[in-house]
Write a protein that binds this ligand. Structure first.
Ligand code: URA
Length: 425
C-alpha cells in the first residue's frame, strides 16, 4: 500500500480540502498500527470536527475502520437477524425487554453491548446486577445461543473495528466526540462489522442525550442510515425524546427490575411505548410479520428473557441486590410534573455509584435513582419523589446537589407526549 505523509493529510483537511480514498485507507490503517501518532490523529479529528467528511469520504472512512478488524458472520443461523443501537440516554434499559421480545417473534437478536462511561449507564453493567450472569461469550457460544434462544446480549469483543476503539478514546480526551461524521462512522463501523442484516437506531435528542437538538439528531440519524444502507444493512432510525429520563429508574439492578415488569405485562408507559415501537421497526426491517404486543401479553417474551439470562449462567429467579442505604428527596410544591431533567438524574445515579468516572472503575449493582412520579403526573409538596440508592452513603450529598432544580412542577396539568418524535429510513 502507498505511504503518505500524515502532516500533508492534516493540512488538506484543515484547509477544507477532501482526502482521497487511498489517503483515508492509509491513514486509518497507519493509525491503528501506531505509525500515525495520537497527536496527529487528534489534529485530524479536530480538522474533521470543523470541516466534516463529504459523502464519498465518510463511507470510505467507515469501511477503512471496519477493515482494521474482524467481521462476524451470522449466515449459519436459520432466522433473520436484527439489531438495535441507542446513542445513549438516562434510564435507557430498552435493550433488556426488547431483545427477548423481538426474539419471541422469530428474529435473532445479537446485541453486542458495552459498559457505561459517564452519566449514561451501560447495558452490561445493568445485566451484571443479576447474580451469576456472564457478559463474555465466545463466538461459538454466541451463535449457539442465537440459534437456541434467539437473543443474546454480551460484551463486544475487542476484534471489531479496533481503529474505533483507539480513535474513540482519543476523541474523548481531545474534545472531538461531538462531530457527526466521527460519531456516525464510529457507531456504524462496529454495527456493520457485527454482521447483522437489519439495524434500527434509537437516536436520542434532548438534555440527557449528546445531541441536544432535533436538527442535529436528525442529521446524525440520516448520516447513519445512509452508511448502513450503503453497506447493505437494512437500516432505519427513530428519533426519541431524552429530555426526561425513561421510565421510573436509572441505575443497574433497578433498571433490570423495571425491564422485568415490562416483560410481565406492566411497567412504565414510556418504556413500553418505546420497546414496542423499536420492536415493530426491527421486525419490519427483518421482513418478519409478527405482533410484538401479543408476544408481550402472552408471556412468550418473558420465557425468552428467562432462557437468555439462564444461558449466560444468570439466575432469573434470584433476588436482585438491594442498596445498603436509601434516602428520599421530596417534591417541593403541589402540582403536575412538567419536566424532569434527564441529565441531572443521570449524574445523580452516576454519583451514587451506578456509573464510572474512568473505564477501569467498578460500579455498584444496587446504586441508582428511582422516582415515584414522572412527567404528566400529580405530586404534593413533601411527597417523597426520588429515592436514592447506594452502598456508600457519603455519596448522597453530591447526588442531591445534582438533583437540585431537576424537576419542574406546574400548576396546570402537563402531558408527557409520545417518546418517539421522528423516523428516518
Ligand atoms: N458511541 C460510539 O460508539 N461512538 C461515538 O462516537 C459516540 C457514541
Amino acid at each position: 500500500m502507498s505511504s503518505f505523509d500524515a502532516v500533508d493529510l492534516i493540512r488538506t483537511k484543515r484547509d477544507g480540502g477532501t482526502l482521497s480514498d487511498e489517503e483515508i485507507r492509509w491513514l486509518i490503517g497507519a493509525y491503528t498500527d501506531g505509525v500515525v501518532g495520537d497527536e496527529q490523529m487528534a489534529a485530524m479529528a479536530m480538522a474533521i470536527f470543523f470541516n466534516g467528511l463529504d459523502d464519498r469520504e465518510l463511507p470510505t472512512w467507515t469501511t477503512a475502520m471496519i477493515e482494521t478488524g474482524d467481521r462476524m458472520d451470522f449466515s449459519p443461523l436459520t432466522r433473520p437477524t436484527a439489531d438495535k443501537h441507542s446513542t445513549g440516554g438516562v434510564g435507557d434499559k430498552i435493550t433488556l425487554p426488547l431483545a427477548p421480545l423481538v426474539a419471541a417473534c422469530g428474529v435473532a437478536v445479537p446485541q453486542l453491548s458495552g459498559r457505561g462511561l459517564g452519566h449514561t449507564g451501560g447495558t452490561l453493567d445493568k445485566l451484571e446486577a443479576i447474580p451469576g450472569w456472564r457478559a463474555a461469550l465466545s463466538n461459538e457460544e454466541m451463535l449457539r445461543q442465537l440459534e437456541d434462544v434467539g437473543a443474546v446480549i454480551c460484551a463486544a469483543g475487542s476484534g471489531l473495528a479496533p481503529a474505533d476503539k483507539k480513535l474513540y478514546a482519543l476523541r474523548d480526551v481531545t474534545g472531538t466526540v461531538e462531530a457527526i461524521p466521527l460519531i456516525a462512522s464510529s457507531i456504524m463501523s462496529k454495527k456493520i462489522a457485527e454482521g447483522t442484516s437489519a439495524l434500527v437506531l434509537d437516536v436520542k435528542t434532548g438534555s440527557g442525550a449528546f445531541m441536544k437538538t432535533r436538527e442535529r439528531s436528525r442529521q446524525l440519524a440520516e448520516t447513519m442510515v445512509a452508511l448502513g444502507t450503503d453497506a447493505g444493512v437494512k437500516t432505519s432510525a427513530l428519533i426519541t425524546d431524552m429530555n426526561a429520563p425513561l421510565g421510573r429508574s436509572a441505575g443497574n439492578a433497578c433498571e433490570v427490575a423495571e425491564s422485568v415488569e415490562v416483560l410481565a405485562g406492566g411497567g412504565p408507559a414510556d418504556v413500553v411505548e418505546l420497546t414496542l415501537a423499536l420492536a415493530h421497526e426491527m421486525l419490519a426491517a427483518a421482513g418478519v410479520e409478527a405482533d410484538p404486543e401479543k408476544a408481550l401479553a402472552s408471556g412468550r417474551a418473558m420465557d425468552v428473557w428467562r432462557a437468555m439470562i439462564a444461558a449466560q449462567d444468570g439466575d432469573p429467579d434470584a433476588p436482585l441486590p438491594q442498596a445498603k442505604h436509601t434516602e428520599t428527596v421530596a417534591a417541593e410544591s403541589d402540582g403536575w410534573i412538567s419536566g424532569m431533567d434527564a441529565m441531572a438524574v443521570g449524574v445523580a445515579s452516576w454519583r451514587l455509584g451506578a456509573g464510572r468516572g474512568r473505564k477501569e472503575d467498578p460500579v455498584q449493582a444496587a446504586a441508582g435513582v428511582t422516582w415515584s412520579a414522572g412527567v404528566g403526573e400529580r405530586v404534593s409538596a413533601g411527597q417523597p419523589l426520588f429515592t436514592l440508592h447506594t452502598d456508600t452513603p457519603e455519596r448522597f450529598e453530591r447526588a442531591k446537589e445534582a438533583l437540585a432544580g431537576a424537576v419542574e412542577i406546574a400548576s396546570h396539568r402537563a402531558e408527557r407526549g409520545s417518546v418517539v418524535l421522528d423516523r428516518v429510513g
